[in-house]
Design a protein around this ligand. Structure first.
Ligand code: IMP
Length: 435
């Protein structure tokens, strides 16, 4: 089985990291194929709890190749910070390989991300301000600087000189802010070049060779399908190219669609979102607060891994889930955080919306309509029991099992795994995800 994609089915933060960490043991390559430092994964294993933004969640398996491919935009400062953090905690990262074709997040991207958000005022997108989307915009505008350029001093100097002039015009004249200094950036990035050079290679040919040899390649998605530039809740999306959906994986690593044998969608047992934009099932009162803060004691409460912002919380949105299951061609679902729902009197699943007096079971195409969509819910009795020790479906209380069955029927996709806690072993495996 050559390639398996693991993709988020909601607005990101579904728990892909823990699913990749679990599935990686049966693969020879784990490749992160899109997004930038805007993404964040939390992994809990024998070595403790780790928050990763760029390095694939498979890094903990030292015998496997861990790739950051050309679909990712790299903030070298953040990447080196992540490398040091892992080294300090005795994680072997000699298996890390970075694409020479990946684009760089430059200092102006972070500044422009801030300035643009400020300028949008009440229409702000709520970006992560990591410079990720501006770096993708420059990639598409053909104004990007790639890792290979960073390693070639002459080319880097020329490009920096040329691009910085334009960016400083924009920053000073359009935004009325302070210009960036050429020499400071040159010195900073020359240091990054020396430190990153040992990890840089042609990841595309590594993946293609593994594909030819029939090795299992795990393609690790970042964010979620609802943040995709084309299929998501535009304009409240991220600007990543390739797309944040399964189809983007081929582009992001450099293989053809026929090599993808399986798509696993990761969904939380409820809905969360960070940043602005429509969220029909959002719960603004006590129930939303309870969903957010259930994990306060064990550090798994709903606050962003990248920005620390409180996540907006709500009931599982079956209309959007069915949509993203189809959009990504999901073969199986990994349902995460079932344990968070323990202790609710009742639990709801949205199965359709009322939009302008009509009942619909597919999401409307504009954020304006999604903003006024009124969810229709099916209500299920909750369960009081702690489910974190469950290892088979039969260990779950009846009400929890019924809820899991409902997610399967509403998405028309089989559930392969249910996670009941942040640790590797806290999972119910119904069917091996890679089979
Ligand atoms: P940007 O990617 O920083 O431009 O942010 C665009 C939108 O995507 C904002 O609503 C962010 O909060 C959201 N976003 C970006 N990356 C992630 C992620 O990894 N998880 C959840 N939301 C994200």
């Amino acid at each position: 089985m050559p390639a398996v994609v693991i993709i988020g089915g909601q607005w990101g933060d579904e728990g892909k990291g823990r699913v990749v960490d679990y599935a990686a043991k049966n693969c020879s390559i784990i490749a992160r194929y899109s997004a930038g430092t805007n993404a964040g994964h939390t992994i809990v294993n024998d070595l403790g709890k780790f928050s990763l933004h760029l390095i694939p969640a498979g890094i903990f398996y030292s015998e496997k190749k861990c790739l950051i491919t050309h679909g990712v935009v790299i903030d070298p400062f953040k990447l080196l910070e992540e490398i040091s953090m892992l080294q300090d905690r005795s994680v072997d990262i000699s298996n890390l390989i970075i694409s020479n074709r990946a684009h760089l997040i430059m200092p102006w991207h972070k500044i422009i991300d801030e300035l643009e958000e400020k300028r949008r005022g009440k229409n702000a997108i709520g970006t992560t301000k990591t410079g990720t989307s501006p770096a993708f915009i420059d990639k598409v505008a053909r104004n990007g600087i790639r890792v290979a350029d960073l390693l070639n001093k002459k080319r880097f100097t020329e490009k920096l000189n040329l691009i910085l002039k334009d960016k400083n015009e924009l920053i000073t004249k359009f935004f009325g802010s302070e210009p960036l200094a050429y020499n400071e950036i040159l010195n900073e990035y020359s240091d990054y070049a020396t430190k990153l050079a040992p990890y840089v290679s042609d990841t595309m040919s590594i993946v293609q060779k593994a594909d030819e040899n029939g090795e299992t390649i795990l393609l690790e998605g970042a964010q979620g399908a609802l943040l995709d530039i084309d299929s998501g809740t535009y304009p409240y999306v991220t600007s990543a190219v390739p797309a944040s959906i399964a189809a983007g994986a081929c582009i992001g690593v450099g293989i053809g669609p026929k090599s993808i044998k399986k798509v696993v969608g990761v969904f939380k047992s409820y809905q969360t979102r960070v940043g602005e934009g429509p969220m029909p099932t959002e719960l603004k009162g006590e129930t939303g607060d309870k969903l957010r803060n259930q994990g306060l004691e064990d550090g798994t409460a709903e606050y962003g891994t990248t920005t620390g912002r409180p996540r907006r919380c709500g009931w599982f949105d079956g209309v959007l889930a069915k949509y993203t299951a189809k959009l990504n061609g999901m073969d199986a679902i990994a349902l995460t955080r079932l344990d968070t729902l323990s202790g609710f009197e009742e639990i709801k699943v949205c199965t359709s919306y009322n939009v302008n007096g009509k009942t619909v079971d597919t999401p409307p195409g504009t954020f304006e309509e999604l903003n006024i969509a009124i969810p229709n819910y099916e209500t299920f009795p909750g369960w009081k029991e702690d489910v974190s020790e469950a290892r088979q479906l039969s260990d779950l209380p009846n009400n929890a099992r019924n809820f899991v069955k409902k997610i399967q029927s509403v998405t028309t996709t089989p559930i392969g795994m249910v996670s009941v806690g942040p640790k590797r072993e806290q999972a119910i495996i119904i069917k091996q995800l890679l089979d």
